[in-house]
Design a protein around this ligand. Structure first.
Ligand SMILES: [Zn+2]
Length: 300
């Protein structure tokens, strides 16, 4: 699933290309969007701005119309010069926003909806998002306060589940969940009641730094993709990039112990951790995970 930093990067690239420009064409394969466009056409409106909110990408048009898209596992936004050949099949096109110079094409976008400013505020999914780690107003103090408030109401919640909860922090995904817990030396199965203030500070600080480090401008070719890798170790080699994510059965890069994996939470998301660097704290049995190495996929 794309994480918040990729959405943020995509939104920034979209804003750079089509922000402030007049819409000269709009196409969609989604009936719900087509109906709105029939009643209140997009052509002639100005793209006022593009922003990310958690994993949502919001495109604001003049005349109080906002297109909200969520990519889930499969979707992506591409940018092309008008007339340039698309790199994905037309059958996967869901939305095209055309300006004089650029075409923004949403491929395989599973969730897309139009809002007005008012209906967006009322939307339970988007309005109730937690703190956006990439927003300019986000600080470590505000993040720790949010985590602390959640801990008071949910003392037994496991930190690995809480880090993914979009009502707490918007934008953090499954890769960073494991990486952030590792960086803070926190076992991801620990209950919130056992997490210290200092550990919260480290996790929030690391989450913000990881996500910011992965935010760069859109690539030179003008293509925005959600499939690009992300790095937490700042190494170039793709296999060398992450501390624990998808490294079960392999040696911890810090201490040499064997990295474990266990499915966590009602969403049964894979969680990776080092049992030495992230010791167990709390009541009950020490959580044990799978140490079977993941079959190495060929890197093409
Ligand atoms: Zn270790």
């Amino acid at each position: 699933m794309p994480e918040g930093d990729t959405i943020y990067r995509a939104a920034r690239a979209l804003e750079k290309a089509i922000g402030g420009k007049v819409v000269t064409g709009f196409e969609t394969g989604l009936a719900k969007l087509a109906r709105v466009n029939d009643d209140a056409p997009l052509v002639g409106r100005i793209v006022e701005r593009v922003e990310s909110r958690g994993k949502w990408c919001l495109i604001y048009f003049s005349g109080d119309l906002i297109l909200a898209t969520h990519m889930l596992m499969s979707g992506s936004w591409h940018l092309y010069r008008v007339g340039e050949r698309w790199r994905m099949g037309r059958d996967k096109m869901r939305v095209v926003i055309r300006t004089a110079e650029w075409e923004a094409v949403g491929f395989s976008v599973p969730v897309a909806e139009f809002f007005t400013a008012r209906s967006l505020e009322r939307s339970s999914q988007i309005a109730r998002l937690g703190l956006d780690i990439l927003s300019e107003s986000f600080t470590v103090e505000s993040g720790v306060a949010r985590l602390g408030a959640h801990a008071r109401e949910n003392p037994d919640a496991e930190i690995g589940v809480v880090l993914l909860n979009q009502h707490v922090f918007a934008g953090l995904g499954n890769v960073y969940k494991s990486e952030v817990a590792f960086a803070a030396g926190v076992n991801p199965f620990r209950a919130l009641r056992t997490i210290t203030q200092r550990e919260m500070e480290v996790m929030v600080d690391v989450a913000q730094r990881y996500m910011k480090a992965n935010v760069t401008d859109g690539k030179g070719e003008g293509i925005v993709t959600y499939a690009s890798g992300r790095t937490t170790r700042h190494a170039m080699d793709r296999e060398e990039r992450l501390w624990v994510y998808r490294r079960q059965g392999e040696e911890c890069r810090r201490c040499g112990a064997v990295v474990m994996m266990r499915k966590q939470g009602v969403q049964v998301r894979s969680t990776y951790w080092c049992p030495e660097c992230q010791p167990w704290v709390g009541m009950g049995d020490v959580p044990v995970g799978d140490r079977t190495r993941i079959q190495q996929r060929k890197i093409s």
